[in-house]
Design a protein. Sequence first.
Length: 451
Amino acid sequence: MIADVIKGFIILFVVFVPLERLFPLHQQKTFRREWATDATYYLTGFFIGRAGTVICIALAVLLADGTANSELQKWVSSQPIAWQFVEAMVIADVGYYLGHRLMHTVPWLWQFHTIHHSIEEMDWLAAVRVHPVDQLFTKLLQMIPLYWLGFSAQTFALFVLFSAAIAFCIHANTHLTLGPFKWVVATPEFHHWHHANQPGVRNKNLAAQLPLMDFLFGTLYMPPGQRPIRYGIPYSIPTNYFKQLMVPFERLATRHRRKRPMTSTQPLQKKPIYLRPVPLLLCLVLVGSATGGVGYAKAKNYSIKSMVYTFVAGFSTPKITTAELEQGKVKSVVVVDVRDAEEYAADHIGDSISVPLTEIKTGEGVEKIKRLANTDSSRVQSQPTIVLYCQSGPRSIEAYQILKDKGLNLVVLSGGIKAWRETVPQSKDMAILSRISSSTKLIPTIAHEKR
Ligand SMILES: [Zn+2]
Ligand SMILES: [Zn+2]
């Protein structure tokens, strides 16, 4: 993974440094002030970003499981990728805009966001100077609606790649622009004004990708023929990475000790009247979704404790993706469906065997799976790989945790049958499974076990 991080950094360096040298906006050194600090943000941000994504998924699973409409999700993911991508961009940017606006207007959030604005010499690397709290907050508002609506995995991958690329572009120190398209997609011209430290230019251009958001919310600012002269905030903060991470906490603690209200250094502009209910609405949506999620969990007899447990256990569970299974990464496979019998009856992968999690919990299912593995190993003279799957992941992780010390060779299908069905139609199940299944002789045994 470290190699990937460094490779990514080298690619960005090779792309952006010549671009900034050939078409600069401001004359500045490549290794400008605090370059090393921002390089550190790049290295650590990669891991924080990953952790953030995991947290987003966990929260989304919690919310989506309870409140999402599976018909709507099916419809969303069945659209052409290009159309899904455009929708995802708009929806994520509404989330980002609101989160970013809150970062600028809620004083304690501004303390975290101030780190990103402390940069005084803009270039591509400035994109990564983001406090982890800031990163998590905006990522949540961007990603949860996408998970909730059920966009396909390919759309997600495209969106993540595109939004990362655009983040580096809009910070770059270049005078290049996109002509009339600068009103469609964010450019350096658009985002540099967001970082301007000049009177009269505050809290402008808050969107991540689409200037349209700022147009709609009344914060768009791109005066023709002008570019910002100065960037940053009106006070200085430490240049050291670790000290910067501590700045928001220190400032919040100082405010607490002095018992006086903290003020954001960027004065709050008067909000248009139609924006006043936005934070309230946002809170209502969040609280509503959370309540819905908890209610659903209760109705389905899922406990929040077990959901959190499953989430944590997910880190130590060996997983395999649909693509890896298709490529035959594991051979001699026995596929086990741990969902309820009704879910199995509605749809299941090929000749997988139904052993519901409820049975595994009582011990009966454990014996069944052990028997399957033993019958099989006596035929093929090696332990088969038991592939566990459920709807989207949590239940198979729970099943794995129960089965892991029973001397079995286990792996969990990442994303469950939901991920599998995104690429494999029912008619192709058997073609794939027959290539990797344990033994054809086993089929009568499996058929028997199914009943
Ligand atoms: Zn900002
Ligand atoms: Zn920025």
